[in-house]
Design a protein around this ligand. Structure first.
Ligand code: DX5
Ligand code: ZN
Length: 218
């Protein structure tokens, strides 16, 4: 349904050389830039906020895909709508999820909804018609460099089957421990948007790493 999109996670880049790293990954073939906003409450880590997303968006030549791992996305949303193309919130966040998804769309962004490993896929189902993107976390959110959880592939398959059965068109994104091998497993299960931090920014050959991620099953 959708062409494969590779969205490198900027969390894995060298923050001290942010603009160079953004140029480098765009030149290497990134389709989107994935930005992980963490508030130290929804997840046990603090990453960056609106100013960092602004600074990235200022040099971005590709869409900015903002992943809000924060407890109150409804409150902070206005600070991300001008620097993001897609905004993803978590179904476990402490907010009115339906109203927040509607606010994302009415601000002119596409709306994504994410689910942690411990949350059943069914938690997303009431919101499917409101979604442009589903983000299946394939690691516990909060840190890059973690091991991919193969058990999450079942959620990808469910998202794929439900999309066809309900005649919907949302993208299916995976995030966490994605590399050429696990990425292919995700694409076979139905994913079309691959977030990758370590496997792109720490690759000896970034161009080859992104090309390998884009590989479709024969
Ligand atoms: C984790 C973030 C991911 C992470 C991916 O909570 O949502 O985007 O940065 O990094 P890797 O690809 O290294 O697992
Ligand atoms: Zn992420």
């Amino acid at each position: 349904m959708h062409p494969i999109v590779i969205a490198p996670s900027v969390l894995a880049c060298d923050f001290g050389r942010l603009h160079d790293e953004i140029q480098r990954v765009q030149t290497a073939g990134a389709d989107w830039l994935h930005l992980d906003v963490m508030d130290g409450h929804f997840v046990d880590n603090i990453s960056f906020g609106p100013a960092f997303v602004d600074a990235t968006a200022a040099v971005a030549k590709v869409p900015v895909d903002t992943h809000l791992m924060i407890s109150r996305p409804d409150h902070y949303l206005p600070r991300f709508v001008n620097n993001s193309r897609n905004i993803t919130i978590h179904v476990e966040a402490d907010c009115d999820v339906a109203a927040t998804l509607a606010a994302i769309r009415s601000a002119g962004c596409t709306a994504g909804l994410s689910v942690r490993p411990g949350t059943p896929f069914a938690a997303l189902e009431p919101f499917l018609p409101q979604l442009d993107l589903i983000l299946v976390m394939t690691v516990e959110p909060g840190f890059g460099g973690q091991a991919f959880q193969p058990a999450m592939l079942e959620k990808v398959r469910t998202a794929f089957e439900l999309r066809a059965r309900l005649g919907l068109s949302y993208r299916i994104e995976v995030d966490g421990g994605v590399n050429a091998e696990t990425g292919l497993q995700c694409v076979v299960a139905g994913a079309d948007t691959l977030v990758a931090g370590t496997s792109v920014f720490r690759a000896p050959d970034m161009v080859a790493a992104i090309r390998q991620l884009r590989t479709r099953p024969l």
